[in-house]
Design a binder for this molecule. Sequence first.
Ligand code: SF4
Ligand code: SF4
Length: 381
Amino acid sequence: MIPFNENIRKGARVLRSVLTPPKPEDFFFLTFAVTYRCNSKCTMCNIWQKYRKDPGKDKEELSAKEIGAAFSSSELLKKVRIFLIGGGEPFLKSDFTDIILILNDINPGAPIIIASNGQNTALIEDKLSSTIQSIVKQGNRDSVLYVGVSLDGMEETHDRMRGRKGSFRNALNTIETIRTMDGIQTGFVFTFTPQNYREFPVVLQFAKDMKTPLSFQFAQTSEHYYDNMDTHFDWTREQIDEVRDILRKLRFFDVVRREFLEYRGSRGIGDWLLSYNRFFLEYVLEYQLHQKRNFHCFSGTHSCFLDPYGNVFPCISLGKSIGNIRKQKFDNLWISPHADEIREDISQRQCHCCSFCDIPLSLPRNLSVITSNLKKMLRSG
Ligand code: SF4
Ligand code: SF4
């Protein structure tokens, strides 16, 4: 049991984070796309096309050595408490293992969440095995590695959404393989679009049968990241109400609480992701219809997005570059008048999004959002 004093300290920390906006020095969350190489052909994201349109550009990606140098020379990057590693397909990065080891060495104990399409099982198994072996050698046994594998429907739908036949089978093989590996947590991630939302209940049952946690997000657009501004996710009010009903009727979060938490390896990150999903569901649902932001966002202050070429952005959605870690030390670009100008624009609510990578970090710092969501959750039971 957590001692009483510890509970008071935790409560005070939460209260302080709600009542006082973070400062740039409170930086703690890094989303890092280690590569834009990708072996899928998804319908809702164009990252897979980046190097087809611009062959050779992949040579400009940061190397593990450069990443190590950037972290070693930064006090702020040493404060990262959670890493979200994405791509492209991150396992296609040739020095993937070295990069994870650098992050783990500099920030021991910070969970590393890896988003994968799960398409190359053998490669993923190989890279995870060598990563885990090296982590054990490093002596950081408390490290948490979580691999979220995309699953957007059953076989026909998933293969269609991901643009390749066999994608569903590959994702399953990968999950089954990771589940046999010690020291790594895993789960499915379902991306809601108007084209696949009705399949969510079947996917949930499927994940339950596999005793594997399932979290979800909504597809969205981004110019500098997904490169999909010409893709429209046009939800209707009826569809959004249907999604809400699906989640409510399924008692999705009760299922998670009662059953998934018992599954081996699902404690921790999967639970954490799901509790965020539940808490912010109402905002995210309404956002699909109105595209408005009604809360203070602190992306660019307590978190940022680093692209494969060293460019630092406030988040995956807002394409305003704060600087590049090849040209400037991270701490210098982060604590700078230019970064402050971008923060000011964000505070004026000139941007909005429903990014599950970014907004869940800011919403707990908004008292009005917390109370309004709690009321809706209590009303809907
Ligand atoms: S969603 Fe992931 S797997 Fe699909 S194209 Fe984008 S980066 Fe590749
Ligand atoms: S609201 Fe969205 S787009 Fe704007 S800074 Fe926050 S996370 Fe980025």
